[in-house]
Ligand binder design. Structure first.
Ligand code: XIL
Length: 319
């Protein structure tokens, strides 16, 4: 294969990227590369609650619409990201909960309305939704969020049921980071999935974010971890892959990074229920890593000038 789109057809795994909507609009090189290389896209921020309803009742769908429109024109599937999360919530919502002006019954209605509105707007246009994101903490306990505090653990089942009602054909995912290796998080997430399945809640997929760093050992158990989830009948996706490094960049670090990317994609290819491998940005010019991890960067498969790095070639070599 000469590019990732050709590879995607060959290995029968969607290959996606997160998309930054401002850059999509302004930068033709970015747009061309995205549309040439990828068969799947995720709005990096565009579908998050703070982006789509910054003021209560005032909806700003332009960014999300642009991601979906561009995908449809370029034969790309879309991952909706994300419906229920503790981050990037609008200020009116968090402040209202904090000062008590939004009580539990109202909060539940607000969440229900949010899910019906957003999922309904894109009904038939989203292959898969990250319904809940990062609901388990690194210690294996349920993450302490406004959702858990005010609505109790049943908010998860509610969210999946509402999303399914709003778009019965979308695949509904639970998504998390460190799930490639963190035993406590893995066990708790498996328990959540089993519990939802026992209650006949419509959950279809497990999302592994795949944020790795070469200063840590590669998570060698990832294939068996993925299998524990797919053995429950779930499909799987690697939803936000990137491989950061402590700067400066060296040829050795780029080689290690390439190996980590390749092993992640291979893990997906080797599991017949893994259907999607999405990178969290495809160029170092637009990556969340430098802004979030002090002294780290160069986490994507192309450099700032859209020149492929060794990781890109390593992905193309996957069979
Ligand atoms: C990140 C975005 O990349 C940043 O632009 C934003 O400032 C913060 O969120 N896990 C997720 C993603 O599920 O939504 C996060 O995206 C990265 C970690």
């Amino acid at each position: 294969p000469d590019n990732l789109r050709e590879l995607s057809k060959k290995i029968k795994v969607y290959i996606g990227s997160a998309v930054d909507v401002a850059t999509l609009a302004d930068d033709a090189g970015y747009r061309r590369t995205l549309n040439r290389e990828f068969t799947h896209v995720t709005g990096e921020n565009a579908m998050k609650w703070s982006e789509v309803e910054p003021q209560r009742g005032q909806f700003t769908w332009e960014g999300a619409d642009a991601v979906v429109r561009n995908a449809q024109r370029n034969d790309q599937k879309v991952r909706g990201h994300t419906l229920v999360w503790h981050n990037q919530l609008p200020e009116w919502l968090t402040a209202g909960v904090a000062d008590g002006s939004i009580g539990a019954p109202e909060l539940r209605r607000i969440l229900r309305d949010h899910i019906f509105k957003e999922v309904g707007r894109y009904r038939g246009k989203i292959r898969a939704w990250d319904v809940v994101n990062e609901v388990v903490d690194d210690d294996g306990k349920m993450r302490d969020t406004i959702w858990l505090q005010k609505l109790g653990p049943g908010y998860i089942a509610d969210a999946f049921r509402w999303a399914h009602e709003a778009d019965p054909h979308a695949k509904l995912y639970i998504n998390d980071y460190n799930l490639e290796w963190n035993a406590a998080k893995i066990d708790q997430t498996l328990n959540i999935v089993k519990d939802l399945k026992a209650k006949r809640v419509p959950i279809h997929g497990i999302g592994f974010q795949g944020h790795l760093g070469i200063q840590y050992d590669y998570p060698g158990d990832f294939p068996s971890v993925m299998k524990r989830f797919t053995d429950l009948g779930l499909e799987a996706a690697i939803t936000e892959a990137d491989v950061r490094m402590v700067l400066p960049v060296t040829p050795e670090k780029l080689a290690t990074q390439a190996d980590y990317y390749k092993r992640m994609l291979q893990t997906c290819v080797d599991n017949r229920r893994c259907v999607e491998f999405t990178v969290w940005g495809f160029t170092d010019a637009h990556s969340w890593v430098p802004g979030w991890f002090d002294g780290e960067g160069a986490a994507t498969i192309m450099d700032e000038n859209l020149v492929p790095k060794p990781a890109y070639g390593a992905l193309l070599s996957v069979r």
